[in-house]
Structure formats: structure tokens, C-alpha cells
Design a protein around this ligand. Structure first.
Ligand SMILES: [Zn+2]
Length: 199
């Protein structure tokens, strides 16, 4: 397995499914596996990673990259779900690399405004393999690489466990939805705000 391996994309793209299948495969190969999930993302203290299709894998909830490292020593393969939510994750992955661990992660890549989550750019840069996992556009049914926030959703950048407030969209349908929201807010005079580009 190339390492780090990153499954990324919008919500409902099957990122966690990809992660779990790799971890299950490692377990069948009798490799020692440790899996982690952001503590903020666990409902009812549930200690597992769970995909939308119902697959699950036992995981340790962690608050930070440091805490993850404390629990990773006994493993040869380290799985990390929703990596972008764990503070210090970039440094932790670098340290896991130094310790010659195989690392496989799943992470959202962009927020619902089309901005890349800050740690993810680093994680993708360090990755030896990246798998983009498109969902299905809720409007036109083409591949969806964006997560659209519905107009009546709260405005915090990160809404944990709030899938009802989002839907996957392809870029044209996502942009159209963003435009409609601006018009509804009386901001039709503003230029569109697409994904931020460098420079
Ligand atoms: Zn579409």
C-alpha cells in the first residue's frame, strides 16, 4: 500500500467506505491496525468509524494529533477518519511516516463554500496516493465534487453530524445554488465567490 493514502471528496462520496475496506483488508492480512476518529465527530461516545452504507470499524476517538500518536504505537497500519477535524493532524502524519507506519485517511477536502480545509492541502501534498470520491449530484445526477449547504442551515463553517443541512452537487449546480442564495440575501450585485485560487 502506498502511504499516506488519502480518500477525499464531498459528503456522501464513499470516502469512509474506502478507508474501512483498506482497514478490513489489513486485518485479514494479520497486520496490526489502529483506527482513529475525531472525538468531536462521535455521537454518544461511539468508538467506531461508520460509513453511510452501514460498514463500520472499531476506532479510538481522539482530540488531537498528539493523542493519536499515543495510541498508534502498537499498529503497523493507521487509519484516520475525517482527518481534517483533528488538530495537529499534519504533524502527527509526519511523525507516523517517520515511524514507518502505513497511513490511510478519509477526509472532506472542501467546505460548503468551496474552500479547501487548511490541513488537507498539506495532507494531499504528503500523500503517495489520492483517491477522489465523487458523490452523485442531488440536482442533475452527474458526479458531485462539492458539498452544498442548504439555504436554511446554520452558518458555522463546521456542522458536525448535520447531514440534513447539506447535499452533494456538481460544480455548475453548486454554483447555481450559491448564486440563488446570494440573490435571496439581496447580494446579487456581488461577484460570485467560487473556490479560492492561489495568487
Ligand atoms: Zn449537477
Amino acid at each position: 500500500m502506498r502511504s499516506p493514502l488519502v480518500y477525499c471528496g464531498p459528503m456522501w462520496g464513499g470516502k469512509t467506505e474506502g478507508l474501512i475496506s483498506r482497514l478490513v483488508r489489513a486485518r485479514i492480512q494479520k497486520v496490526r491496525v489502529a483506527a482513529f476518529t475525531p472525538a468531536i465527530n462521535t455521537r454518544d461516545g461511539e468508538a467506531c468509524i461508520r460509513s453511510h452504507s452501514g460498514a463500520s470499524f472499531p476506532a479510538v476517538p481522539v482530540q488531537s494529533g498528539e493523542e493519536l500518536l499515543e495510541h498508534a504505537d502498537q499498529a503497523d497500519v493507521v487509519g484516520i477518519d475525517e482527518a481534517f477535524m483533528i488538530s495537529g493532524i499534519v504533524e502527527a502524519v509526519r511523525e507516523l511516516n517517520d515511524r514507518r507506519k502505513k497511513i490511510v485517511m478519509a477526509t472532506l477536502d472542501m467546505d460548503s463554500e468551496g474552500k479547501v480545509w487548511e490541513p488537507v492541502g498539506h495532507l494531499l501534498g504528503m500523500a503517495e496516493e489520492i483517491v477522489k470520491c465523487p458523490a452523485v449530484c442531488s440536482v442533475c445526477k452527474h458526479d458531485a465534487y462539492y458539498t452544498f449547504r442548504l439555504p436554511d442551515a446554520p452558518s458555522e463553517r463546521l456542522l458536525v453530524g448535520a447531514g440534513d443541512f447539506y447535499e452533494p452537487r456538481c460544480y455548475p449546480c453548486w454554483e447555481e445554488g450559491q448564486r440563488e442564495k446570494r440573490i435571496a440575501r439581496g447580494q446579487q450585485h456581488l461577484f460570485r465567490t467560487g473556490p479560492e485560487l492561489p495568487g
